[in-house]
Ligand binder design. Structure first.
Ligand code: URP
Ligand code: ZN
Ligand code: ZN
Length: 460
């Protein structure tokens, strides 16, 4: 099947120009002016943006967490992603402490196979590092196409590893061409603050926020950078929220170190004032929590300075019923929020339309950089001849309102209820097949493919 996209404004991480894009089977085969070739389907994209499919490198689908499971599975999660212009996601496999990485991989393969609609890959979260796990890490990189290893410096007793394990993991990953990613917050400090607030009878969502002050994130981010420097490993800090943590990375650059940084949509556009809303604040209970306006400014600047390369979502949705598990105790509210569907449209509306980032920067942080950093480029993350035909046709002026009534994520509330935004995903093509058109998903569960990833090279 061939598709010809005519007269659109093609946007890449470096250029914006008018062109036609020709797709044959699952690949882009030509980009140019007035491509006269005949095609099975012709799409008129005049007045529309033609973008590479979004890549969200931070999602949690069907993940067991805090006594429950995130509410989107591979079908509902990747479908919601497609509705928002994200064609590939990278999900996190969680090793159970005391168990093997291969057992965890098997569980996640079952969650995804025959269920994913959009493409997906895996990060492997190493929650228990020992000699046996070390061998499995090597095998993940060499034979499974899983080249990124997630670590947690918090969630002690469930997911956290200590600094000794971290350094051993970094040494192994460096030798074999992988990357270590991190949830960088000081778990012991946070646990002590949680215990203090609870002992004083303070149980509302506001105390989730007050248990994770900025210093808990800046300290851990600096420590992670130091451990990377010591081991020579390539690293990536996920969901960075604040100025202090960004400054830790800025300081690392002064010794010629490169540390990749991801922030998430919510940290750019929402702030901590929501935690004053009594239990309704539970909708935004996530870790790290939302921060202040000054942090939003620092993050937008960090994107433009090239210190932050990627914007993901940390999509970890729960229903309101699940959130109510923490009605009388903030420490029992499942951490996470629904965001997979709105990343591209919110970043376009709040970033491009409001003049905070350019169009090529928008493509860079939502698609090209995640593909490069995580070893999927140029198959993914690019509009180029030979790349997968993952293409978003985006209406740059269409106004619409975000709501739980119309979103496709499996949650009964929206973190952005009533937000009026400009710019809408209109048509999405995934590996040459029309996935989204006229507000309908045309692909079925099982279409989504696992994308094995290459070894990581420092790209700067
Ligand atoms: O609150 C969050 N972020 N939940 C998902 C797990 C994590 O820490 O990324
Ligand atoms: Zn995290
Ligand atoms: Zn996460």
């Amino acid at each position: 099947m061939s598709i010809l996209i005519k007269n659109g404004t093609v946007v890449t991480a470096s250029d914006t120009y008018t062109a036609d894009v020709m797709v044959e089977d699952d690949k882009i085969i030509a980009i140019g002016s007035n491509l006269g070739k005949k095609a099975g389907k012709v799409i008129d994209a005049k007045g529309k943006l033609v973008l590479p499919g979004g890549i969200d490198p931070h999602v949690h689908l069907d993940m067991p967490f805090m006594g429950t499971s995130s509410s989107d599975d591979y079908t509902t999660g990747t479908r919601a992603a497609l509705f928002g212009g994200t064609t590939t996601v990278i999900d996190f496999i969680l090793q159970t402490q005391g168990d093997t990485l291969y057992n965890a991989l098997g569980k996640w393969q079952k969650k995804a196979q025959n269920k994913a609609i959009g493409d997906y890959s895996y990060h492997m979260a190493v929650t228990d590092f020992n000699d046996e796990v070390q061998k499995e890490v090597i095998s993940m990189i060499e034979t499974e196409g899983i080249t990124s290893f997630k670590t947690f410096m918090a969630y002690k007793g469930a997911l956290m590893i200590d600094d000794g394990q971290m350094i051993k993991l970094m040494n192994t990953v460096r030798k074999h061409g992988g990357i270590v990613t991190v949830h960088a917050t000081n778990g012991d400090m946070i646990d002590a603050l949680i215990a203090l607030h609870r002992s004083q009878g303070n149980r509302s969502p506001l105390y989730h926020y007050l248990s994770q002050p900025e210093i808990t994130e800046s300290e851990a981010s600096a420590r992670f950078c130091d451990m990377l420097h010591h081991t020579g490993c390539i690293g990536y800090i996920v969901h960075m929220t604040c100025e202090g943590a960004l400054n830790a990375v800025r300081r690392a650059t002064q010794r010629n170190q490169k540390v990749y940084v991801e922030t998430c949509t919510q940290y750019l556009v929402l702030d901590a004032s929501v935690y004053k809303l009594d239990f309704e604040g539970a909708k935004w209970v996530m870790s790290p929590p939302l921060r202040e306006k000054k942090d939003q400014n620092a993050l937008w600047s960090g994107i433009n300075q090239g210190l932050i390369q990627v914007v993901g979502t940390d999509h970890c949705p729960f229903t309101w019923e699940q959130k109510k598990m923490g009605m009388n105790d903030f420490s029992k509210i499942p951490n996470g929020h629904p965001g997979i569907e709105h990343r591209m449209e919110l970043l376009y509306s709040e970033g491009v339309v409001k003049g905070k980032i350019s169009l090529p920067k928008f493509v860079e942080i939502t698609s090209t950089q995640p593909a490069k950093i995580f070893g999927m480029f140029p198959r993914k993350g690019s509009l180029a001849i030979g790349s997968d035909a993952d293409i978003v046709i985006f209406d740059p002026v269409k106004e619409h309102t975000l709501s739980a009534k119309t979103h496709h994520m499996r949650t009964d509330y929206s973190a952005y209820e009533g937000w009026k935004i400009t710019g809408k995903t209109e048509t999405v093509i995934l590996r040459g097949k029309i996935a989204i058109h006229k507000n309908e998903c045309l692909l079925s569960p099982g279409y989504g493919q696992f994308i094995p990833r290459k070894k990581i090279k420092s790209i700067i």
